[in-house]
Design a protein around this ligand. Structure first.
Ligand code: KG4
Ligand code: ZN
Length: 333
């Protein structure tokens, strides 16, 4: 039995969790700062760092308290060292190092993206080979995993990430940041009335592009304004969401056809999207050998439990870091 304490602070959530064997969450304290960033329409790095400083020890106390185990039962300290905002990452890293030093525990460095994927193990154990669709505010990637803790990027976005396009379109629709959830809810009540073009529809490969879609939505709204026409927000949301889902489904279908896998994982903040979950569920009917494992909704957004899950992979592989571990803001797989 291996128990990890995990620290996550890469963007606008401060989180500390305690996870057993990479799959059982004993506690997962998450402090979100979304309210502080909303009036700016996005994360303000300086504001984020200050919030992390304020919350890191509080989330640590809550995580220890809720897990109800003595510190002596903890085997290692997992921590996100990238990708993310440097000032934000530093706070979690300092917290993790201090805890490790105080309790004489090894440090396990964790890639935030691996964390998003590993959270699927809170649903069902991932079997390999596996394919993961990682869709968040900063990343949109199709990742092939031949075995546990091995990652090959098959495709990624050329420009905006899927979540980023939700947030930018949300801004245009006067919705609060981050807008993914609100657009998802509006879309469920609307009809697809506008057919937006799909970028790279005829290109081979597994890459994505979402900036053209964003521009198409902006044009649609501006044109309507000029003609003094009302665009139904629900229909606009449904039409935009249908276009995002179509692009994601199209590339996923291609990847699953080319790489038969035992598990298909849906991960990242956008994995909470109900339309996307349903559409992928339908697509997977076509691949009966592949088990669909979406990350449970409460773990799709940034949290430390997922860092504990991916940290367990590194712990098993003997991947440890010293106290001189630094942040890697631009880290990829
Ligand atoms: O993974 P995450 O919490 O943070 C990053 O590492 O980026 O992802 C945040 C992103 C935001 O862009 C947010 O708008 C989007 O996930 N998101 C959603 C939904 N819930 C969150 N996008 C679409 N539908 C949702 N239900
Ligand atoms: Zn994330």
């Amino acid at each position: 039995m291996t128990t990890l304490i995990a620290f996550e602070s890469s963007a606008d959530e401060t989180s500390v969790a305690i996870v057993k064997d990479g799959k059982t969450v004993l506690s997962n304290a998450v402090a979100t700062q979304i309210n502080s960033h909303q009036r700016f329409g996005g994360i303000v790095p300086e504001v984020a760092s200050r919030h992390h400083l304020e919350w890191i020890t509080k989330t640590l106390d809550i995580a220890l308290d809720e897990a109800g185990i003595p510190v002596s039962e903890i085997d290692a300290v997992a921590v996100t060292y990238g990708p993310g905002l440097v000032g934000s990452l530093l706070v979690g890293l300092m917290g993790a190092k201090t805890f490790a030093l105080a309790h004489d525990l090894p440090i396990v460095p964790v890639n935030h993206l691996a964390g998003h994927i590993a959270a699927a193990n809170f649903n069902q154990p991932i079997e390999y080979p596996a394919l993961a669709l990682m869709v968040s505010g900063g990343h949109t990637e199709l990742v092939l995993m031949e075995k546990q803790n091995s990652f090959e990027i098959l495709g990624e976005t050329y420009d905006d990430a899927a979540g980023e396009s939700y947030d930018k379109v949300g801004r245009l629709m006067n919705l609060n940041y981050p807008a993914g959830k609100a657009i998802d809810e509006l879309a469920a009540q609307g009809e697809v009335t506008i057919k937006f073009p799909q970028a790279m529809a005829h290109e081979a490969g597994y890459d994505f592009s979402f900036s053209g879609l964003k521009s198409a939505v902006i044009n649609q709204v501006h044109n309507a304004e000029q003609r003094e026409e009302e665009i139904d927000q629900k229909d606009l949301a449904a039409s935009f969401q249908a276009a995002v889902i179509k692009a994601l489904i199209d590339r996923t279908d291609r990847a699953l056809s080319d790489f038969p896998v035992k598990s298909f994982v849906l991960a990242g903040g956008v994995a909470a999207n109900s339309g996307l979950r349903a559409a992928l569920g339908d697509l997977l009917q076509k691949f009966p050998e592949t088990n669909f494992i979406p990350v449970p909704k409460q773990y799709t957004g940034d949290n430390a439990a997922m860092i504990g899950a991916a940290g367990y992979w590194n712990y098993e592989d003997g991947v440890f870091a010293d106290l001189d571990l630094n942040t890697r803001p631009g880290l990829d797989f």
